[in-house]
Design a protein. Structure first.
Length: 442
């Protein structure tokens, strides 16, 4: 068993770790991740508005408060939807600026100017004018992939032109802000002269503008991302990387975020239209069923550690339980430790995958409500799961089931590890007593 484990560790260290490290530091991956992080506060607040617009009460409720809320929501629906439409409804605008600004730092460009250039590139192809009205169809989830591509393209064009000194340079005496404005004139012109004709050409040949064409191309990937195999692969990669000490969640979420946001946007559109919520695998599913207490679903383990007979584990449990409630589990991962600890390899890898399977079938069979809101990842699992599903109660039950399963599966491995530590503590005490006796005799 130890030989097999040693071989596995060697493969992770020699093969997986270098590749994962390169992916994690890849400028496009980090820029996309940073772009979504920059847009996150706006999307969370926008999603929260859905709770007020669609309160968790049955239309047939006889409770006066519920009926008053439902009537208020129905009467002022358009006014209440405005904050949602100007946050979640235009998420691609925030994402475009965020990606452009982040990628600009990799090239030594001005983040603000580059972010605005990325936004212009996106609007140029995704906001057609009809009768003097700008279409917002692709400002939500449908335009995410277009926002990513145009932001990267615009930034790379700007960087290429600047590297080759194809810019307008003013004398040093000119204020920096004015000089920067003239510096970006040629990149702006280059973006217009390339993207706008391309958009017209694609529309003339296919009848679709660029965002529509991109969505038709990636639709199979979006559909495949909302499947149990996709969930299990994502979780497996995340867990293996974390076990090797690499922040696997950053890599996986950086790749999955565009798919999650596209699926979440469809779920929210279905909710507002009163239709069945179609998608399961969105960020709320990942955060509140698979990462309960952090990667590896270690919140139940933290509670078990608090009752450990081993002083070391009990101390780690007390230190790590409160942060774990808010899905911060580094004290547990590195303190127990779980990272590179062969005793915990199997439960650490398998528990989130088993919870994913349980939650998937529960949602697929309609036993648990699906996610329609974006929540902060630090929200405690039962609360966050309910919030994400518009304050339904069934996700709370699902969370507790996952927590119970995690505790049951962690317990035998914890007991084995605890026994090893207790034996070591007893040996250390015997050595200390022997040393003290020797000193007293001398």
């Amino acid at each position: 068993m130890s030989t097999l484990y040693d071989k596995m560790v060697n493969v992770i260290e020699q093969k997986v770790t270098p590749i994962a490290g390169k992916i994690g530091q890849q400028k496009y991956i980090t820029s996309i991740r940073d772009g979504f992080i920059a847009a996150l506060p706006f999307m969370i607040v926008g999603s929260f508005m859905l709770v007020f617009i669609f309160p968790p009460f049955s239309p047939d409720s006889s409770w006066g408060f519920a009926q008053a809320w439902l009537t208020f929501s129905d009467t002022y629906r358009d006014q209440l939807m405005l904050p949602f439409n100007l946050s979640m409804g235009i998420m691609t605008i925030f994402i475009s600026v965020g990606i452009g600004s982040s990628l600009a730092r990799h090239h030594g460009l001005d983040p603000v100017t580059t972010g605005l250039l990325a936004l212009m590139a996106f609007l140029l192809v995704a906001a057609p004018l009809q009768d003097g009205t700008m279409s917002m169809q692709y400002f939500s989830g449908q335009g995410i992939f277009t926002a990513i591509i145009t932001a990267i393209y615009a930034t790379e064009v700007y960087a290429l032109l600047k590297r080759n000194n194809i810019t307008i340079k003013l004398p040093p005496e000119v204020p920096t802000g004015v000089a920067r404005s003239f510096e970006i004139l040629i990149p702006v012109l280059a973006i217009i002269l390339t993207l706008h004709p391309l958009n017209i050409l694609i529309e003339s040949q296919t009848g679709m503008i660029i965002p529509e064409a991109i969505m038709s191309l990636v639709q199979p990937l979006v559909s495949a991302s909302d499947s149990l195999p996709a969930i299990l692969i994502a979780v497996l990669i995340c867990q293996i990387l974390w076990f090797a000490g690499i922040h696997g969640a950053l890599i996986v979420t950086g790749i999955m975020n565009p798919f999650w946001m596209a699926n979440l946007s469809v779920n929210q559109a279905a909710m507002t239209a009163g239709e069945v919520i179609p998608h399961i695998f969105v960020q709320g599913f990942w955060d509140h069923y698979l990462l309960i207490g952090g990667v590896g679903s270690t919140l139940p383990l933290a509670f078990l550690l608090m009752r450990s007979k081993a002083v070391h584990l009990k101390t780690i449990g007390k230190m790590g339980s409160v942060p774990a409630v808010f899905n911060i589990n580094e004290p547990i991962l590195f303190g127990a430790p779980i990272i590179m600890n062969p005793v915990f390899f199997l439960p650490f890898i398998l528990i989130p995958m088993i919870n994913a399977t349980l939650a998937w079938f529960a949602l697929d069979m309609g036993l648990v409500e699906r996610v329609v809101s974006l929540t902060p990842w630090t929200t405690p699992a039962p609360i966050g799961a309910s919030w994400a599903a518009n304050w339904s109660f069934s996700p709370v039950i699902m969370c507790f089931i996952c927590m119970a399963m995690s505790a049951i599966m962690y317990l035998p491995f914890l007991r084995a590890y605890e026994k090893t530590l207790l034996d070591q503590e007893a040996q250390d005490n015997d050595e200390q007593k022997a040393s003290a006796a020797t000193t007293a005799t001398a």
